[in-house]
Design a protein around this ligand. Sequence first.
Ligand code: AP5
Ligand code: MG
Length: 221
Amino acid sequence: MPASDSIVIFFGYPGVGKGVQARELCARAGLSRISTGEILREEIARGTVVGRRVRSAIDRGQFADDETMLEIIRGRLEIGRSRGRGVVLDGFPRTVEQARVLDRILAGVGLRLHVAIFLDAPEEVVLRRLAGRRVCATCGASYHVEFRPPRSPGTCDRCLGPIVERRDDSIEFQRVRLRTFLERTRPVLDHYRIREQLVTVDGTRSVEAVAQEISRLVADA
Ligand code: AP5
Ligand code: MG
């Protein structure tokens, strides 16, 4: 079980299963989750200053600016730290600059990296997962028309909220998001690889098989 000052980072292509696995790990290991994608979608839905600033980039499959992201993550890590639980980062850092600054933020708030997990899968697998993904508009739970359908069509199993498609999942922007990952996030893996803090997990298997491997390696790290 990771200590209360531990951080676990998830990397991977859009649609590879970071959100699903981050939720699983938090439930199994008692960690809190910070998903920068979810935070940004909430800011956009609420029409805040941040939401208005990042909306057009996100809707086009591009990244929000580093300055905004670092401001968000600094605040959330401080809150996470005060709750006395380890934290899973889903979707951060995504650029080399974010990774560099994250090192300093962690040192500043007294947190330490436990392990960085790269969920790996080929493009055809992630495109199929993105194309079929549906999410609950109320609680954010993730479904898939083929692999994880809700019990009652169109309704969330957990909170009975409406199930919808994510705006940035449109076919038009799927390939842009994959390219953005390759160009801007793939280089971040080296930041952790050279420190021997990166572990690659085969994300093509079932949700349960992947979750079990991640739980094991987090316990052993
Ligand atoms: P974010 O929300 O993080 O999107 P993403 O990285 O594109 O990843 P996704 O959420 O699309 O995929 P996922 O890996 O979580 O897959 P999921 O678990 O849902 O970010 C959105 C946007 O915000 C970014 O594009 C960017 O613009 C901006 N942003 C966020 N962070 C930023 C940052 N740090 N800096 C700058 N900008 C930032 O699974 C996908 C589907 O597959 C689901 O339907 C699921 O049910 C299914 N599935 C999952 N696992 C399996 C399995 N093993 N087998 C079968 N189906 C599965
Ligand atoms: Mg996600």
